[in-house]
Design a protein around this ligand. Structure first.
Ligand SMILES: [Zn+2]
Ligand SMILES: [Zn+2]
Length: 650
């Protein structure tokens, strides 16, 4: 090797010499023309960089192609630049905000005099195709602050960002054809690499997310490496739109949110309330069989309680403001509606002397709490202000952690895996740098969690340092029918609240000890879980959950009496049945039953009335009919409910 050469290490451990000043693109070319063509960026000592940047001597280098997980983010951020390039050509005075890659796509914020219309988006997308066809290279330059300010003199948003950059920070700008942007990069080599892109919609967004600043217009788009990926994503989006729980919730008359009462507060209509009731009953049965005890605690409390727990003043903005005390109390006493149950359950625990033999004590409450969520984040049932939590707090000894977590994971498997058939993932989050309690305590707790996960044979991901300062936790995530990931419930250990409330139990040594506390929910909130179930099942709930399980349809008035007898028999077996005796045509009634996603339609004609049978139409099975003796039909449905089957039994 001469002074005019550099050496780099490739992912397979081999080394290569290149002339000094060689770029990652040169390296890709030297390896082979196929790689040079597929190259999008490079990983240099772990950092993703432009292909066009010179390689430092001694670097570990890998070429980023479409197989690298970083490829999509680079492509999407580059797509955002192409979007801005197009917008600037059509709206030359548009000021430019932020344009990051996000999950599944990208956005860019623009300051423009009026919101973008669907026609604007179409024109912008057409212009983006021109920019891509021109295949402008993305050119990186490093500039000093004065030069950066000169380049963006006409854009106040960019000037503001330049002022925010720390002294000594490298300032880079990227140019693609007519457009130049303040940007850290990296980018794909040229705009021609952006081929499978689609603009989705535009929405208002405050500059820097600050509602005191001006409103910008944000354009969202998606970009993919292949046409199949883009088409697949657009199909999933379409499918998600059809499954929107707000749309289905209205069509099936499950719930509403009403202006008269306020945002984020859910009305459970009778059919939605049945879902809520069934879920509660299910989870209460599960936990009562596992040593939990139900409690009910007040919805409002003297503010003092949340000062003691430390929730105030820390989380004041997530709580509804204080209200005056009731008659007969001092002027300065303030009450709050509760945002969580923890301190309430602590008071139940602390209401008497506890012995080591009593532990674990598991207090559960499917109760309502209220949180002052920001109005902009509210979303149907998925994000609300009035929450029904399937909450429980477990008080236990340190040596009981492993077994308790093991048992909790068993409930998670029973509910998420066996009952709802969901593929879920567990994330174990461990101690952060700033934490409460000594290392020995954390060691014991983390070991307990990990041992329980291992003993269950659960696959889990380690989120090192991702725990709360007061204890490690396990997060549950699951996927829905169309592959979207949902954040589920959490199993959270807590060393802090027992300390703050000075909780104790008497040990076998007859001395006082401090218990550990676990906060846990399985559904999380009933609102969010029902919102999820609506979208996951697209309103076609399994039989045990369906608000209406069977609809009996007499063909003509002559069969109404027989239909009534059948309805009575189904109801007597505990099934939720409805007799549709309207004088409509059978076809109309069938269509209506199908639209309401009723799992079983039982048609009663002359033949069935005489033979004591029903002609059964199973949801989703099309026009197929099955003739069953009534007793068999009742037995089959009762069994399907009892086993909480996900699909019809046959
Ligand atoms: Zn950029
Ligand atoms: Zn709690």
């Amino acid at each position: 090797m001469t002074a005019a050469e550099i050496r780099v290490t490739l992912p397979d451990g081999s080394e290569r010499s290149l002339p000094a000043g060689s770029t990652a693109a040169d390296l890709a070319r030297a390896i082979g023309p196929g790689l040079a063509k597929a190259a999008l960026a490079a990983r240099v000592n772990g950092e993703v960089r432009d292909l066009a940047r010179p390689l430092p001597d001694g670097a570990k280098v890998s070429i980023v192609t479409d197989k690298d997980p970083a490829a999509l983010a680079v492509l999407r951020h580059s797509s955002a630049h192409v979007l801005a390039t197009a917008v600037r050509q059509l709206f030359p005075r548009a000021a430019i905000g932020f344009g990051p890659a996000i999950e599944d796509g990208f956005y860019y914020d623009f300051e423009v005099p009026r919101p973008f219309t669907p026609d604007d988006l179409e024109a912008i997308e057409a212009k983006m195709r021109e920019v891509a066809a021109a295949d402008h290279p993305f050119v990186r330059e490093e500039v000093d602050r004065a030069e950066a300010k000169r380049r963006f003199a006409d854009d106040p948003l960019k000037l503001e960002r330049i002022d925010d950059l720390a002294a000594g920070e490298t300032i880079s700008v990227y140019t693609d054809g007519p457009f130049v942007d303040l940007c850290r990069g990296p980018h794909v080599p040229s705009t021609g690499r952006i081929r499978h892109v689609k603009l989705l919609h535009a929405a208002g967004a405050y500059w820097r997310g600050d509602e005191r600043r001006q409103m910008l217009q944000r354009i969202y788009g998606t970009a993919w490496l292949t046409k199949e990926d883009l088409d697949g994503y657009l199909r999933r989006l379409e499918e998600a739109k059809k499954r929107d729980h707000r749309v289905i919730g209205k069509a099936l008359d499950l719930f509403s949110i009403q202006e008269d009462v306020g945002p984020g507060l859910v009305f459970w209509h009778p059919k939605g309330a049945m879902l809520n009731f069934q879920l509660r009953r299910f989870i209460e049965d599960v936990i009562l069989a596992r040593g939990y005890q139900l409690v009910y605690t007040p919805h409002v409390t003297r503010e003092q309680l949340f000062l003691r727990s430390g929730h105030l003043p820390l989380y004041a903005e997530n709580q509804f403001p204080a209200m005056a005390a009731g008659e007969g109390e001092a002027e300065d006493v303030r009450y709050r509606v509760k945002p969580m149950n923890c301190p309430m359950h602590i008071l139940v625990y602390a209401s008497q002397q506890r012995s080591y033999r009593d532990l674990p004590i598991r207090l559960a409450e499917i109760g309502n709490v209220y949180r002052n969520e920001r109005s902009g984040t509210l979303h149907g049932m998925l994000r609300v202000r009035g929450l029904t939590m399937d909450d429980a707090h477990i008080f236990l000894r340190e040596d009981q952690i492993e077994q308790e977590i093991f048992d909790l994971l068993d409930i998670v498997e029973l509910v998420m895996g066996k009952t709802f058939g969901l593929a879920y993932r567990l994330d174990l989050a461990t101690r952060p740098a700033k934490k409460l309690g000594d290392d020995a305590m954390w060691d014991a707790a983390e070991r307990g969690l990990e041992e329980a996960l291992k003993r269950r044979g659960a696959s889990y991901r380690l989120d090192q340092g991702g725990g709360a300062f007061y204890g490690p936790k396990i997060d549950i995530k699951f996927n829905d029918a169309i592959g979207r990931e949902w954040q589920g419930a959490t199993i959270q250990l807590d060393f802090q609240l027992p300390e703050r409330f000075e909780l104790e139990y008497t040990g076998s040594d007859n001395r006082p000890h401090r218990p550990v506390m676990i906060h846990r929910a399985i559904f999380g909130t009933v609102e969010r879980f029902v919102g999820f179930l609506i979208e996951h099942f697209a309103g076609a709930f399994p039989l045990w959950l369906s608000p209406e399980q069977v609809r009996v349809l007499p063909i003509a008035d002559a069969q109404i009496d027989a239909a009534r007898t059948i309805t009575g028999a189904l109801a007597a077996a505990g099934l939720r049945v409805h007799l549709d005796d309207r004088s409509e045509t059978l076809n109309y009634k069938i269509r209506d039953g199908e639209m309401m996603k009723v799992p079983y339609l039982a048609v009663v004609g002359q033949r069935e009335a005489e033979a004591g049978t029903v002609a059964v139409r199973v949801r989703g099975a099309g026009r197929k009919q099955e003739i069953l003796p009534l007793a068999d039909f009742v037995r089959r449905l009762a069994e399907e409910v009892r086993t909480r089957a996900l699909a019809p039994l046959s």
